[in-house]
Design a protein around this ligand. Structure first.
Ligand code: 5GP
Ligand code: MG
Length: 173
């Protein structure tokens, strides 16, 4: 496994994002919504660096990848918090095609959020298929498959404290 972003770099990146978020929102109350499962590590590290009054929630979301249904979002309804009148900050692991975040942001707006912004740890370069970009991001990476710090391969490797590029030999064990 090849380390792409080590623990120290991750910590610096998250601190930088938190500073940008503080500058954007000041003391305004925020509803921070983490996207399960990949967004968990960033969610935990990020909110501990924020000082405005905030509420925390998590949602499970996945966007279908079938040709006919690109961008159709599957949301676990019972976990969706009331967003009407709130400044919402979505926190996810990685922005790849962008369909997941794009659909989530639309949903939050339809449900009456006052504002919706997004923060991702990683943004892949050259893979975006939507009109929007994340408002806050930790790192831009090349178009490679990464694991660690929340990101999985078949539900493994989320616990790695660094971000790594998965190599064929890593899957044998
Ligand atoms: P998007 O809708 O932006 O294409 O997809 C974002 C989701 O795809 C992420 O939340 C993540 O679950 C998954 N994903 C995209 N690229 C990677 C990657 O390099 N590694 C892992 N583990 N998941 C990825
Ligand atoms: Mg995800």
């Amino acid at each position: 496994m090849k380390t792409l972003i080590d623990e120290q770099e991750l910590a610096r990146g998250v601190a930088r994002m938190a500073e940008e978020i503080r500058q954007r929102y000041g003391d305004q109350p925020l509803l921070v919504i983490g996207v399960l499962t990949g967004g968990l590590m960033l969610l935990c590290d990020l909110v501990r660096r924020l000082e405005m009054p905030l509420r925390l929630a998590v949602i499970r979301a996945s966007s279908y990848r079938g040709e006919m249904q690109r961008g159709v979002l599957k949301l676990t309804e019972d976990s969706l918090p009331e967003v009407a009148g709130e400044h919402v900050l979505l926190v996810d692991d990685i922005f790849d095609t962008g369909h997941t975040l794009d659909a989530l942001i639309r949903t939050m707006r339809e449900r009456g959020a006052t504002s919706v912004a997004s923060a991702v740890l990683l943004e892949k370069s050259g893979t975006c298929q939507v009109e929007m970009k994340p408002d806050f991001r930790g790192f831009v990476i090349p178009d490679v498959f990464v694991v660690g710090y929340g990101l999985d391969y078949r539900d493994r490797f989320r616990n790695l404290p660094f971000v790594a590029i998965l190599e064929p030999g890593d899957l044998e064990s």
